[in-house]
Design a protein around this ligand. Structure first.
Ligand code: SAM
Length: 255
């Protein structure tokens, strides 16, 4: 399922605009990215890295800090890539970061086995977790590693409020089912890690909530986007223990 974003859709545009200027466009943190990176070790010298659905590049910049790394960040939304380029300049790593405008399911120009590390925080869902994993596998070198975070159920019996929200937004699976999908896509799962509550609340929702409070009250699309954000935050406050982001560290299986 390709996810065709229509940037002329004013509702989508308003939702994306709320995320512009933010460090992250989904739950995560420097500590989590660094921990997942440590679980991806060892990497070869001068690793070739791809960050898919990079957003404004919070993870991209951390990955660019790996000794000798070259990172290609891919996203469909140009303003996020502009912010990423500016941040890479400011961090002095612009020569090691390439911001590529395009879809994470349109990577046919990249040769088989051409990457040592593929990274994707909170973005694989856009093209479906299982199909994303399956389509990216050929890109990894034999010793390569894929690190992906994905939201999923942490309980077998979610409340009807949480179930209704996620069934409409993006039907979730449990960690076990995601591990099964990764295995079916040709990987060995070498680690999983549940992102802490602070990755949602402090790193993502607090700045987003502040931004939602500053929208133009005369703009109905911005008002609706801000209300969606508040609804999502309320759901997390009341039911966040029922779902969470999990990081998966995946290596291509040889057989
Ligand atoms: N990885 C970033 C982070 O953790 O802050 C961004 C996560 S955000 C939840 C999902 C990102 O995926 C957005 O930046 C969005 O523009 C991007 N995206 C959506 N569909 C995409 C696609 N088909 N190809 C590439 N990027 C896509």
């Amino acid at each position: 399922m390709a996810f065709d974003l229509d940037f002329d859709d004013p509702s989508l545009k308003a939702a994306l605009t709320l995320h512009e200027g933010q460090e992250r466009q989904g739950p995560g943190s420097r500590a989590t990215t660094e921990l997942l990176l440590s679980l991806a070790a060892p990497l070869p010298e001068r690793p070739r890295v791809l960050d898919l659905g990079s957003g404004t590049g919070a993870a991209t910049l951390i990955l660019a800090g790996i000794e000798g790394a070259h990172v290609t960040a891919v996203d469909v939304y140009p303003p996020f890539l502009e912010q990423l380029r500016t941040a890479a300049e400011a961090a002095g790593v612009a020569d090691r970061v390439h911001a590529r405008h395009g879809s994470m399911d349109a990577l046919d120009d990249l040769p088989d086995g051409s990457l040592d590390l593929i990274w994707s925080e909170g973005a694989a869902y856009n093209i479906g977790f299982g199909s994303a994993l399956a389509s990216w596998r050929r890109l990894l070198s034999p010793e390569g590693v894929l690190v992906v975070t994905e939201c999923g159920w942490l309980t077998d019996a979610p409340s009807k409020e949480a179930r209704a929200y996620w069934d409409a937004a993006y039907p979730l699976r449990g960690t076990g089912e995601n591990v099964e999908q990764a295995t079916a896509a040709g990987y060995t799962v070498t680690a999983t890690y549940l992102l802490p509550d602070s990755d949602w609340v402090e790193a993502y929702y607090a700045p987003l909530d502040a931004r939602a409070a500053m929208i133009d009250p005369e703009d109905p699309h911005a008002v609706a986007a801000a209300e969606d954000v508040r609804r999502e935050i309320r759901l997390y406050r009341e039911h966040g223990h029922e779902y969470g982001y999990v990081g998966y560290v995946l290596r291509p299986r040889r057989s």
